[in-house]
Design a protein around this ligand. Structure first.
Ligand SMILES: [Zn+2]
Length: 215
């Protein structure tokens, strides 16, 4: 694996729209290669044919992404930060759900697990390492996104200080253009990071499944 510091390329301006990845119907591998979507090449992980219908991100995240970019064009910094945080929490939930599914958890189990860990900190700090055997920070660093977890944490803290009136920390009156720029970078980076996490922990789940080993 190449150890490229993907998150050290600070984008001068955000992408115009969400990228599209094509999903292998057999193993869940995700690739930006349109030839797989068009069934011109087979899945590099399992050799299955793509059906072109399964794409990532799902439509609801794509719509949220489009709204965020439009608020960013209008320089609505506060809305951008709040919506990007919502987006990141939603894409994390999506990936955790995909990991659970790949490991044989049925709909009920997935619902119970995700409902049992609603807080974002617990999902990152407890659920993710439990399911993958790695800390989120460690996995992100190995995949080239070392700064991503702590930048996400800082942005989350800024968002929380802005929307919650805390008697302990005081209030934050506004979210700045810099906060919004950080949010847009995290939005653009999140796709590739979560696709890499998917390909590592979903598309190769059969070797590491905690559900299958117990049989
Ligand atoms: Zn495959």
């Amino acid at each position: 694996m190449k150890h490229v510091r993907a998150d050290s390329r600070h984008a001068s301006s955000p992408a115009r729209e969400a990228p599209t990845f094509f999903e292998c119907p057999q193993c869940g591998f995700l690739t930006p290669d349109a030839r797989f979507g068009a069934d011109e090449i087979v899945c590099p992980t399992c050799g299955a044919h793509g059906d072109g219908r399964r794409t990532f991100p799902p439509e609801r995240l794509r719509r949220l992404d489009a709204r965020i970019r439009s608020y960013h064009d209008d320089e609505e910094h506060e809305i951008v930060v709040i919506l990007v945080e919502t987006f990141l929490e939603s894409i994390l939930e999506d990936i955790i759900d995909r990991i659970l599914k790949a490991r044989g958890a049925d709909v009920t189990v997935r619902e119970v697990v995700l409902d049992g860990q609603r807080a974002i900190g617990a999902r990152i700090g407890r659920l993710f390492p439990h399911l993958t055997g790695e800390e989120f920070e460690e996995a992100a660093a190995e995949l080239g996104y070392r700064e991503f977890p702590q930048r996400w944490r800082k942005l989350r803290a800024a968002r929380n200080a802005f929307i919650h009136d805390s008697p302990f920390r005081g209030t934050q009156e506004s979210l700045s253009a810099d906060d919004a720029a950080t949010a847009m970078e995290l939005l653009d980076q999140a796709y590739e990071l979560f696709v890499l996490i998917n390909n590592r922990f979903v598309a190769s789940a059969e070797q590491t499944s905690p559900f299958c080993d117990r049989a």
